[in-house]
Design a protein around this ligand. Structure first.
Ligand code: SF4
Length: 341
């Protein structure tokens, strides 16, 4: 074991993968996680786009690989302070315990947008307005039902909830929710081919390998119907259905529809730890995300010596991107540590 150490804060996809790769190079690694489980946001998913890979399998592969490495794993450990002093980085948890190392890697990731902030969509008010995460948990059980236990005859997915939205102050695109809506609509129609599935979108952004193919397939084989328009209002009917209002912006016509279940495709926001710890170290970028030294070639470094970033603490990334970014961060960190020897 080399005589230098790294603390990795956050054991989601990026944290696990980076910790494994840094340990491979013989450095002492401590992986610190706020929750009592590893895997971060990946634990919330059943299947992953675009190929319906089993999310638990992907997560377990990462964790099993980690378990073969010499990495100290600390769970239930909420890091609230991070600072540099006497040539070391110090991470302090909510119980005031301090962990110190030569390098700190932030992998504190994202949280999902709180759909209650879009009051007009009725989340938290009407039973049958749910989020894409809740759809995912329900899908894990093998069926999708309304709160009353019925199979929806008609379902609607609404894109861009909490992203590209001036009113909530998030101008950015979360990048993953378009394809996630396509995936979930396809899953729904595969379970219930007789039911109807509608996706309401502003633009369909299919910028990933095999995304466009899945989008086409969802229309041609699963009969998912896409309507260009943003739902302006949702209200419950007397029989617990949801009436939605929008304008079909391709035809210019107003549209009212009643659905059994409305799924809000919630976007990605910086997690609390991401915004707090990056602010404390003056590496906070826009919207609470952490800011790297430079997008082109220095995306894992920061302006602070020995403080690195990986994954969705910088911006919304999908899982393959987070894994690749974690490996890049591990390489940058080992190069940095080699030069300290
Ligand atoms: S990925 Fe699609 S749904 Fe998500 S914010 Fe971007 S345009 Fe909206």
């Amino acid at each position: 074991m080399k005589n230098k150490s790294v603390i990795v804060i956050g054991a989601g996809v990026a944290g696990i993968e980076a910790a494994s790769n840094i340990a491979d190079q013989g450095y002492s690694v401590t992986l610190i996680e706020k929750k009592d489980v590893l895997g971060g946001n990946l634990t919330n998913y059943a299947k992953l786009f675009p190929n319906f890979a089993d999310a638990d399998e992907v997560k377990n592969n990462l964790i099993n690989n980690l378990s073969t490495k010499k990495v100290e794993i600390l769970k239930n450990n909420d890091i609230t302070k991070l600072f540099f002093e006497n040539d070391k980085w110090h991470a302090v948890n909510s119980q005031n315990q301090t962990y110190s190392a030569d390098v700190a890697l932030l992998t504190t990731g994202f949280t999902v947008f709180d759909a209650k902030r879009k009051e007009e969509l009725g989340y938290g008010i009407y039973d049958n307005v749910i989020t894409s995460l809740e759809f995912e948990s329900m899908y894990k059980t093998g069926k999708i039902t309304t709160k009353q236990g019925n199979i929806p005859k008609r379902i609607a997915f609404l894109n861009c909830v909490g992203s590209r939205d001036e009113k909530v102050g998030n101008h950015y695109c979360s990048r993953v929710c378009c394809i996630n809506a396509v995936k979930q609509a396809t899953e729904f129609k595969t379970l219930y081919p007789e039911s109807e599935a509608y996706c309401f979108y502003m633009d369909i952004r299919m910028a990933g390998q095999f995304y466009e193919e899945l989008y086409r397939k969802s229309q041609e084989e699963n009969n998912v119907i896409y309507i260009r328009g943003r739902i302006s209002e949702a209200a419950a009917t007397i029989d617990n259905r949801i009436q939605i209002k929008t304008e079909d912006t391709l035809t210019g016509l107003p549209l009212k529809m009643t659905v059994d279940l409305l799924v809000l495709m919630v976007g990605m926001e910086a997690s609390e730890a991401t915004s707090n710890l990056s602010k404390q170290n003056e590496i906070n970028g826009e919207y609470g995300f952490a800011k790297s030294l430079g997008l082109h070639g220095n995306d894992n470094k920061t302006t602070k010596k020995g403080l690195f970033l990986a994954g969705s603490c910088k911006r919304p990334l999908n899982i393959p991107e987070a894994i690749a970014d974690a490996r890049a961060a591990a390489l940058q960190i080992t190069q940095y540590l080699n030069n300290l020897q």
